[in-house]
Design a protein around this ligand. Structure first.
Ligand SMILES: NC(=O)C1=CN([C@@H]2O[C@H](COP(=O)(O)OP(=O)(O)OC[C@H]3O[C@@H](n4cnc5c(N)ncnc54)[C@H](OP(=O)(O)O)[C@@H]3O)[C@@H](O)[C@H]2O)[C@@H](O)CC1
Ligand SMILES: [K+]
Length: 450
C-alpha cells in the first residue's frame, strides 16, 4: 500500500487529493449508515486524523449535525491542512459526549504501539454508546500488518478500508473488530499476490471418469481409529473416487464404500504406498505419538506419493519438519493449527509472513488453520480464508479437513478448494454440529460450486 501510494504521488496525484478521495469515500458510507443522525468524528494526530477532518467537513457541507473531538493535532502536510480547514469547535477526546453515529479517525495504518488505557476506554465507551460506528481504514488499536489487538474497541459497525485490504482486515483480532469491511477505491493501485479465498469452480466427473482417475486416497490410521475414519469419510464425500483406510487392526464402523486394509509393520505400508495410482496419502489424524506411529510416519515421508500431514504427525515432526520434508520429491501439504505450527516453525511476523516462511523452508503447502486460515505454497502463493464459523472449534473437524484436502488434491484441485468447502459445509451444518454432520454437508457445499 505504501509503495502504491508513492507510485500515485509519482504520477502527479498530490497527498491532499488522495486524502480528499479517502475522506469523500468514508463520508458517503457514514451518510448512508448514519441516515441523518448526529455524528461525532474522532480525529487523531496523523493522516487518519487528516481523513477524519475531511469526513467532518463533507458531512457538515451536506447538512449533517457534526461534532469533532481530537487527540493531538496533525502538525504538517495534508492532514494539517484538513484540520485547519475545520473552522468549528474541536472538543477534547476525554470530555466529549457520545452521539448516535461515531467516526473513528484516531489511528489507521500508523498504529505503532498499544493505545493508552484512558484513550482505549473512552473510545470503547463512545463506540458502545453509538448506534452506528464507522472506522476510517482500520479500527484504532489494530496493528495493520498482523491484526494484533493493541486496544481496539469491540462493536465497530463497519470499517472502510482505503484503497486495498490490509492483513489486519483478515487476520487476528481485526477479524472480529472491523465489523463489516467495506473497500473504497481511492485510485491507488495496490498490487499483491495475496488473495482472499473465493468460491471455487468445480467440474462434475466427465463421461470417461473412473474411480482411480477421480482420485485414490489412502488414509493411514493409528491408535485412535475414529479420527482416521473421519478423514476417510471426508475424502469420500469430498469427491475422491476410491478411499483406502490402512489400519493396524481390522477397522469397523466406517461406511462399506471405504476399502479396509489391515497394515501391520513398515514393509506392508511401504508396499501399499508404492501404488502409483495413489493421488494422496493422509497421515496424522488419530495416528498417536508412539514408536509405531513414528514408523508409519517415516514410511509415509519416504514414499513417492503426495502426502497430507496432519495432527499427531505434525507434532512428531516438530522442529525437524523443514529438514525432513525438504528432501521429498512428491508434494507435501501440512494442516497445522497454531499450536502445531509453533512446534514446527518460527512464528515471527504476521500469520501470513510466518506461514509463507514455513512453506518456503519445508517445500510444502502449509494450511495454517484458525478462524483466519492462511494457505501458503512454497512458490509464494498466499490465500487467506477468514471468518470461518466458530462452531468449527470442535473435535474432529481438523480430521475432516485433512481428508478433504487429500480428496481435492487427488482430484487435481487445490487446498483452497478444500478450505472453502470445509467452511461452507460448517455454515450449512448450522450451530453446534459434530464433525460427522460436517461431512454430511460436504456434497451440498460441492454442489454450490458446480
Ligand atoms: N496509504 C494511503 O494511500 C492513504 C492513507 N491515508 C490515511 O493515512 C493513514 C495512515 O496515516 P499515518 O501513517 O499518518 O498514521 P496514523 O494511523 O494516522 O497514525 C500515526 C500517528 O499516530 C501516532 N501513534 C501511533 N500509535 C499511537 C498510540 N498507540 N498512541 C498514540 N499515538 C500513536 C503516531 O505518532 P508516533 O508513533 O510518531 O509517536 C502518529 O502521529 C491511513 O490509515 C489512512 O487513513 C489516506 O489519507 C490517503 C491514502
Ligand atoms: K481509525
Amino acid at each position: 500500500m505504501r509503495a502504491a501510494e508513492q507510485r500515485c504521488f509519482g504520477a502527479g496525484v498530490s497527498q491532499s487529493e488522495l486524502m480528499e478521495r479517502a475522506s469523500l469515500a468514508v463520508a458517503r458510507e457514514v451518510a448512508r449508515l448514519g441516515a441523518g443522525q448526529p455524528v461525532l468524528v474522532l480525529a487523531g494526530p496523523g493522516n487518519n486524523g487528516g481523513d477524519a477532518y475531511g469526513v467532518a467537513r463533507f458531512l457538515r457541507d451536506w447538512g449533517h449535525d457534526v461534532a469533532v473531538a481530537s487527540i493531538g493535532r496533525p502538525a504538517s502536510g495534508a492532514a494539517a491542512e484538513n484540520a485547519a480547514a475545520w473552522h468549528d469547535e474541536v472538543e477534547s477526546l476525554e470530555q466529549v459526549s457520545p452521539r448516535p453515529v461515531l467516526v473513528d479517525g484516531l489511528f489507521g495504518t500508523g498504529m505503532s504501539r498499544a493505545l493508552d488505557a484512558p484513550v482505549a476506554a473512552q473510545l470503547a465507551r463512545l463506540v458502545a454508546a453509538a448506534s452506528v460506528s464507522v472506522a476510517i481504514d482500520l479500527p484504532s488499536g489494530i496493528e495493520t500488518d498482523t491484526g494484533l489487538d493493541l486496544g481496539a474497541p469491540g462493536g465497530i459497525t463497519a470499517t472502510v478500508a482505503l484503497g486495498a485490504l490490509k492483513p489486519a482486515h483478515l487476520l487476528g483480532a481485526g477479524l472480529s473488530k472491523c465489523g463489516h469491511v467495506l473497500l473504497a477505491d481511492i485510485g491507488v493501485e495496490a498490487a499483491t499476490e495475496w488473495r482472499s479465498i473465493a468460491r471455487p469452480r468445480l467440474e462434475a466427473p466427465g463421461p470417461q471418469a473412473h474411480k482411480y482417475g477421480r482420485g485414490l486416497v489412502v488414509v493411514v490410521a493409528g491408535s485412535m481409529a475414529g479420527a482416521s475414519r473421519l478423514a476417510a469419510r471426508a475424502a469420500l464425500h469430498g469427491g475422491a473416487g476410491y478411499v483406502i483406510l490402512a489400519a493396524p487392526e481390522p477397522a469397523s464402523g466406517a461406511p462399506d464404500a471405504i476399502v479396509h486394509r489391515t497394515i501391520d509393520g513398515r514393509d506392508a505400508l511401504a508396499e501399499l504406498l508404492a501404488d502409483p495410482r495413489i493421488g494422496a496419502v493422509v497421515i496424522g489424524p488419530g495416528l498417536g505419538r508412539d514408536e509405531a506411529a513414528m514408523n508409519r510416519l517415516e514410511v509415509a515421508i519416504g514414499c513417492e506419493r503426495d502426502l497430507v500431514i496432519d495432527g499427531d504427525a505434525l507434532s512428531l515432526l516438530g522442529k525437524t519438519a523443514a529438514e525432513r520434508l525438504g528432501t521429498r520429491k512428491a508434494s507435501t501439504l501440512l494442516t497445522p493449527h497454531s499450536g502445531e505450527f509453533a512446534r514446527m516453525f518460527e512464528a515471527a511476523g504476521s500469520k501470513i509472513e510466518a506461514t509463507l516462511a514455513a512453506a518456503k523452508s519445508s517445500g510444502a503447502t502449509v494450511i495454517h488453520k484458525g478462524a483466519d486460515t492462511v494457505i501458503a505454497s512454497a512458490g509464494g502463493k498466499v490465500v487467506v480464508a477468514s471468518a470461518a464459523p466458530s462452531w468449527l472449534s470442535t473435535a474432529g473437524t481438523g480430521d475432516v479437513l485433512a481428508g478433504l484436502v487429500a480428496a481435492r488434491h487427488a482430484a487435481g484441485g487445490s487446498a483452497d478448494e478444500a478450505v472453502w468447502l470445509h467452511s461452507r459445509a460448517a455454515r450449512r451444518a448450522g450451530p453446534a454440529f459434530a464433525a460427522d454432520d460436517l461431512i454430511a454437508q460436504i456434497p451440498a457445499a460441492m454442489g454450490e460450486c458446480l
